[in-house]
Design a protein. Structure first.
Length: 126
């Protein structure tokens, strides 16, 4: 899970870089109360799903194009349909690859995207 912590320089919880400093470039010595957490949202994964849907829609359009060609040019029917189907399949695969890519980089949230608060908010010391 990605790490976040309180950055005294930022004055808020911030995602931590590999070296333990905050993603805004502040040194690890300014960071305290480090915790592990999941990003609230994953914009890249969402973008991947949108792209996948767009690819599926594009596949449908290509299949429609295949039937138009069938009407217009009967000899070409089998190869035109095949071309439309494989183009649609390629578009779907591109969408799936984008989703997989989004999943792979979930551990690397973007700078500026504030992490959620620590799981157990520091209880008052006794
Ligand atoms: Zn900072």
């Amino acid at each position: 899970m990605p790490k976040a912590g309180w950055c005294a320089q930022c004055g808020r919880n911030a995602w931590l870089a590999e070296d333990g400093g905050c993603v805004d470039g502040h040194d690890a010595s300014f960071v305290s109360n480090v915790y592990e957490t999941e990003p609230k949202r994953d914009p890249l994964k969402e973008a991947g799903s949108v792209l996948k849907q767009a690819a599926e829609d594009a596949g449908d359009v290509l299949e429609d194009a295949g039937s138009v060609i069938k009407e217009a040019w009967k000899e070409a029917e089998p190869s035109a349909k095949e071309a439309a189907a494989s183009a649609g399949e390629a578009a779907r695969k591109a969408g799936e690859a984008a989703v997989a890519f989004g999943k792979r980089i979930v551990g690397k949230p973007e700078a500026g995207d504030a992490p959620p608060p620590p799981p157990q908010d520091s209880e008052p010391a006794e």
